[in-house]
Design a protein around this ligand. Structure first.
Ligand code: S3P
Length: 173
């Protein structure tokens, strides 16, 4: 099924949420974040869900969220968690845009943020950087396999990234 949603994918901390908000400002498409939906549904933070119920349960919540998106969301820009692309029916959710940066670029940018500590602490799969890098290496080919468009984030402002997405998807206003 063809929908007019834009689905943003990419590794943890690659700026999917802020890009979704930038696209909202540029296109008027409402911006929704999958982790926010899960957190409000459960009234728990992602970190707490991992700690109390385990990663497998979190993945089930991602599937529930994907099914709901497929049925109900249109004309929206949807930022996803880094592992969301593994849900069944992912390609049917909309046009998929992969935000790519090298692992070291993403981590350096994260550490340079004033809220770095908080941003790392809230992500259970970023607690061990060696494991995170392994996960990154496994994920990149998967992101590329499902993406309709790939945009490099390196050295670019959110505005530039959003403009490249708008033009790449021929949404030029
Ligand atoms: C995850 C990424 C996180 C969040 C959860 C698992 C992953 O979202 O969904 O901690 O598997 O890569 P961000 O990509 O927004 O950090």
């Amino acid at each position: 099924m063809q929908t007019d949603n834009i689905i943003l994918i990419g590794f943890m901390a690659s700026g999917k949420g802020r890009t979704a908000r930038g696209l909202f400002r540029m296109t008027g498409k409402y911006a929704v974040d999958c982790d926010d939906l899960i957190e409000s549904l459960c009234n728990m933070k992602v970190k707490q869900i991992f700690e109390e119920h385990g990663e497998a349960h979190f993945r089930q919540l991602e599937q529930l969220t994907a099914d709901w998106i497929r049925l109900h969301l249109r004309n929206s820009v949807i930022s996803t968690g880094g592992g969301f692309l593994n849900v069944n029916g992912f390609k049917q959710l909309g046009t998929i845009v992969y935000l790519h940066g090298d692992f070291q670029y993403i981590i350096d940018t994260l550490y340079a943020h004033p809220n770095a500590k908080k941003k790392i602490k809230k992500r259970p799969l970023l607690q061990n950087m060696n494991k995170a890098e392994e996960l990154y290496q496994k994920r990149v080919p998967l992101y590329r396999q499902v993406a309709d468009l790939e945009v490099s984030i390196e050295g670019k402002t959110t505005d530039t990234i959003c403009r490249e997405i708008v033009c790449g998807l021929k949404l030029c206003v």
